[in-house]
Design a protein around this ligand. Structure first.
Ligand code: ADP
Ligand code: MG
Length: 337
């Protein structure tokens, strides 16, 4: 008699949660991504104690019917991809079908959702269903996560100060707002509004909402295209500098990514315009065939692998350099003696 057995779903979900749900911000990220994928034009994020007490996301997207509302908490359940072909052409922010299952396994979840025809209410605790009934008909989804990590005390203990945790969520919402200027975002912490954007569609307005009008005025638009990629966004004039690369926001097909090589290329494009150790503020949207961008690298979906990386780097370097040169003459350093 063998000794190997298959784990039950609550156990395997908890293991997956270890990777997907690192901290309150990971929950905010997954739930806002779902709201965006559902076509929402207004998304509200309400945090209590930086999300450790509760995280609530209210959207006005497509909503779900009663059956889907239950299924959404099953692992590997997704409406976003159906086969391998889709996996290599991902146009949505989600695709792994594991966020809700993972989050529900380490918290208490209350879900109200409606597609406009039927309304559903679901309550789960530690991954187990405790209630499922008809609910409100308000179109969209309202999901609340209470007591994150209540059943994983080691993870809870690992949380940093509330200020640090909140800082991560503010940073995240800023990036969502920059990447989706057409969506009205509102972030509320302990009843205080932290960020509110209009959803007007103008990145410049979001820049003003986040960095202030004075900075937004010193950001100039750029655009460029190569065979496979299109880039656009805003770049700061050399008179504005920052101490680190946190102000370089990179979005690939709408997804905020952390990509060391691209951020480095952005920095290099400012060479001779900025003191070496200083960094610009840049918001860059990179668009290309999803086939060229592999997002299936890590469960958090923030790292990507790019095909034709060299072509993209050249495009970024040339576009930014051309844009900055039109407004300032580069001070000549490294002049031959
Ligand atoms: P994924 O986003 O990778 O598909 P999730 O676990 O995050 O996996 O969500 C599972 C499914 O639940 C989604 O594919 C979607 O169909 C549905 N869903 C989740 N959140 C929402 C929402 N806010 N509005 C509409 N549908 C949603
Ligand atoms: Mg998702």
């Amino acid at each position: 008699m063998g000794i190997i057995r298959l784990m039950d779903e609550p156990l395997s979900n908890k293991i997956a949660a270890g990777e997907v749900v690192e901290r309150p911000t990971s929950v905010v990220k997954e739930l806002v991504e779902n709201a965006i994928d559902a076509g929402s034009t207004a998304i509200e994020v309400l945090l209590v104690e930086a999300g450790l007490t509760s995280i609530q996301i209210i959207d006005n997207g497509a909503g779900m019917d009663s059956e889907d509302a239950l299924l959404s908490f099953s692992r590997h359940a997704t409406s976003k991809i159906a086969n391998e072909h889709d996996l290599f052409r991902i146009r949505t922010l989600g695709f792994r079908g594991e966020a809700l299952a993972s989050i529900a396994s380490v918290s208490k979840v209350t879900l109200h959702t409606s597609n406009g025809e039927s309304g559903t209410f679901v309550h789960m605790e530690g991954g187990r269903l405790t209630e499922h009934r008809a609910g409100s008909l308000r179109k969209g989804t309202d999901i609340k996560i209470d007591q994150l990590f209540f059943n994983t005390p080691a993870r809870l203990k690992y949380m940093k100060t509330l200020q640090t945790e909140l800082g991560h969520s503010i940073d995240l919402l800023n990036r969502f707002a920059l990447s989706y200027p057409g969506i009205a975002f509102k972030l509320v912490h302990d009843s205080r509004i932290i960020l509110q954007t209009s959803g007007s569609g103008e990145i410049k307005r979001v820049l003003a909402d986040i960095y202030g009008v004075a900075i937004a005025k010193k950001m100039i638009p750029f655009e460029g295209q190569s065979h496979d990629y299109k880039i656009s966004g805003y770049a700061s004039l050399p008179e504005i500098t920052r101490a680190n690369k946190n102000y370089i926001s990179l979005f690939v097909n709408g997804r905020w990514v952390k990509h060391y090589a691209i951020a480095n290329t952005v920095h290099k494009a400012y060479h001779t315009f900025l003191p070496l150790e200083r960094q610009p503020i840049v918001v860059m949207n990179i668009e290309g065939d999803p086939y060229l961008t592999d997002v299936n690298v890590h469960p958090a979906k923030q790292q990507i692998r790019l095909s034709k990386e060299k072509e993209l780097m050249e495009l970024i370097h040339e576009t930014l350099r051309r844009t900055i040169s039109t407004v300032v003459r580069a001070p000549v350093i490294d002049k031959p003696k």
